[in-house]
Design a protein around this ligand. Structure first.
Ligand code: PEP
Ligand code: MN
Length: 342
């Protein structure tokens, strides 16, 4: 449930509400809005007496949150969330709000020269984040598994050289600390969307999280996965629609763009679209980027490679730096048409 404070309620009144919430065995989470403050009560409140809070000074009303996810829900927070990509630094590197943030880079970090060349190219074209996997979740155990810490070091070098925020995947609880030392944003991959221990672990560290939708996850399961992270204290979650498994074989995954407005309707979290995993084909990426921006996406994460033919992973869906530059030009026009900016 959420306790909606009256406009102009005092800090003392808010503190008193927090005290009462804790007495009820619930966790408090204060959200200061533009007009009023709300105190969200987290935990199983099914058998708690709401009326006990309703009579407290400064309280306007107490309302139950109907959605099974609470902190991720629109009921909890009406205003859309903006997630900063680089902690306390470059204020323009954000996802959400009026800007559409673009994260781009190779599927995998392959070597230093490759990563730096791509990083400079995407930065020049207007990206705010650099993607690149150092730990790769591969279907086959014989496929390239990533450079691990060596790859993370190259990513940190590329951030130094370009100022781009580093977005990279963490596959296991034991990797969270290491990846957190190098990355600005921790990516939880589609195959790990319901790895609840991993969700808890990224929820307990300070870096923002890019959470990818599971291959066959419903939107409710997706939001409950976000809720795991948020309920552990990390509010900076971005939802990433990366396509789902269907019977269609032409594309690698079916990019469910309706998820963008659907998620916006029920959640305040920013939504990022990945047209690369979402289609599996480089010639479809440009159109899907444009469609995603038109549908209201808050960000894009795109695979860009300087030599897709020889890419160690996902070459078929990687676009080249010139293609990326053209795509950026196109989405700037689309963004303007929907009152956004790239
Ligand atoms: C990736 O981003 O390269 C990746 C493996 O993504 P997903 O988890 O969406 O398959
Ligand atoms: Mn990939």
């Amino acid at each position: 449930m959420i306790v909606v404070m009256k406009a102009g309620s005092t800090q003392k009144q808010i503190d008193h509400v927090i005290e009462r919430v804790r007495e009820m065995g619930l966790k408090d989470h204060v959200i200061v809005g533009t007009e009023r403050t709300v105190v969200a009560c987290i935990g199983n409140d099914r058998f708690k007496d709401r009326s006990a809070l309703e009579t407290v000074d400064g309280v306007e009303k107490v309302v139950p949150i109907l959605a099974p996810y609470k902190m991720a829900s629109r009921e909890m927070k009406k205003e859309r969330s903006v997630v900063p990509l680089i902690h306390g630094q470059d204020k323009s590197a954000t996802i959400g709000g009026t800007k559409v943030g673009v994260i781009a880079g190779p599927c995998s970090v392959e070597n230093k020269a490759q990563l730096l060349e791509i990083a400079h190219a995407v930065r020049e074209a207007g990206a705010v984040g650099l993607r690149g996997g150092a730990f790769k979740p591969r279907t086959s155990p014989y496929a390239f598994q990533g450079l691990a810490e060596e790859g993370l070091k190259y990513l940190a070098m590329a951030r130094e050289a370009t100022g781009l925020a580093v977005v990279t995947e963490v596959m296991a609880v034991e990797q969270v600390e290491l990846v957190g030392q190098y990355a600005d944003v921790l990516q939880v991959g589609a195959r790990n969307m319901q790895n609840f221990n991993l969700l808890n672990a990224v929820g307990e560290q300070p870096k923002p999280v890019l959470l990818k939708r599971g291959l066959s996850a419903t939107l409710e399961e997706f939001l409950l996965a976000a809720e795991y992270i948020m309920s552990r204290g990390n509010p900076n979650v971005m939802l990433c629609e990366r396509g789902i498994r269907t019977y269609e074989e032409y594309v690698r995954n079916t990019l469910a763009l309706a998820a963008v407005p659907a998620l916006h309707r029920v959640s305040h979290l920013p939504v990022v679209v990945d047209p690369s995993q979402g289609t599996g084909k480089s010639h479809l990426v440009d159109s899907m980027c444009r469609a995603a921006v038109a549908a209201g996406a808050d960000g894009l994460i795109i695979e860009v490679h300087n030599d897709p033919e020889h890419a160690l992973t996902d070459g078929a869906q990687s676009i080249t730096p010139p293609m990326f530059k053209d795509m950026m030009k196109a989405i700037r026009r689309i963004a303007a048409a929907v009152d956004r900016e790239v």
